[in-house]
Design a binder for this molecule. Sequence first.
Ligand SMILES: [Fe+2]
Length: 176
Amino acid sequence: MSHFGFVHNGWLGDAAHAQVEVGQVEETAAGVQANHCRAWQPQGYAGSSGGQFVAYRYAVVGPYAATLQKDAVVHNGPRNAIALFINPVHDEACTAWFVMSTVNDPSTDESLRAFQDAVFAQDRPVVESQTPVRLPIHKGSSVDTDVPPEVHGPSDRLSAAYRRCLLRWGVTVGVC
Ligand SMILES: [Fe+2]
């Protein structure tokens, strides 16, 4: 979520309001989840007419499969449920499939698609410019790999837990 104010400035985040609540991360037998996440979003939904706080819940439910629930923190505000399925094409490329349902957002299907396409278009150059290209999935040591070590901050708890899940599941390569 910490990228919202920078990659999605004016949309899912605001550089002048960049602090987000990254919630609580829990590793479960099924995967990993993060609850009680919250961020200020200038335009969090296709039909937004102003900024608002939005609550997020994330869950990784299997290798390359995640869900996201996104609820405006106002009575009868818009709510989205999103599922992301990542299909590895080869070791350094994947296709992301995206399914979304929404309530309390009067936008047309075309507007909903255009909004999500715009958000993904903001993410894409950042994701595709990462070095190394492959996720650094390893046990924390770079001794037996050419993957450089990383430094994680509190906002990286979910992605770090996701990588531990991938290790537990025996996934050794991936780019998402
Ligand atoms: Fe993003």
